[in-house]
Design a protein around this ligand. Sequence first.
Ligand code: F6R
Length: 249
Amino acid sequence: MDIIICPSPNDVATKAAEILAEHAGGRMGLATGSTPLLTYKELIRMHEEGLSFAECEAFLLDEYVGLAPSHPQSYAATIRNEFTNHIDIDDARVHSPQGDSGDPHAAARAYEELLASTEVDIQLLGIGADGHIGFNEPGTSLNSRTHAVTLHPQTIADNARFFDSADQVPIHAITQGLGTISRAKRLLLLATGQNKAKAVAEMIEGGLSAFCPASVLQAHQDATVIIDDEAASLLAYADYYRFADANRP
Ligand code: F6R
């Protein structure tokens, strides 16, 4: 794992955007949530300065069950509002699981088939306070494929801020599995803030375990983790990671 510790969330975004920009013409896996927003802003700024995403194909990690792409809180709508509507990617090239198909298991299988027919060059990830990536909650098989899940009440509570009230947050979602995510050639996980420090420490320095789904990055051949000082605050080896980053071989 390549671990990069930055002083601030803005520095995390600058570094992440720099890496993602190298894949602007490739197949990019996108995440929703608050963490990547500054990165998307930076990529939009780079687009305004000439970076083209016209050849890019984008794949979302997950979607709420029951929300149509037109629903403002669907991840399909969110990624368009926050990122892809502001760059030159054709909307038909932005893919996500179909949350409103009426059969989440069939929708999960269809999305898995789509992903199996391609190779994602770089997958952007956030991490939940419980160590989830995508909507793979603790206990998810490390080799899982795209599937329908029941969200943890904490994830529902965390995501209530995007809805008018917690009871509007769907309790089910379709997510790429940990095995699906791991097929991407490169993984790029971002985390900022003190409330991610425990999950980050478990992901990097804990055991490889379904109890911390993000620990699956330990088994990936090309995983980069970019975090700010606060998210790094519980890492036992933080000083070494900084030293190694400053003195690359
Ligand atoms: C979003 C996703 C989630 C989030 C995670 C962190 O597509 O898959 O795993 O990345 O819940 O969310 P934020 O960034 O809002 O803290």
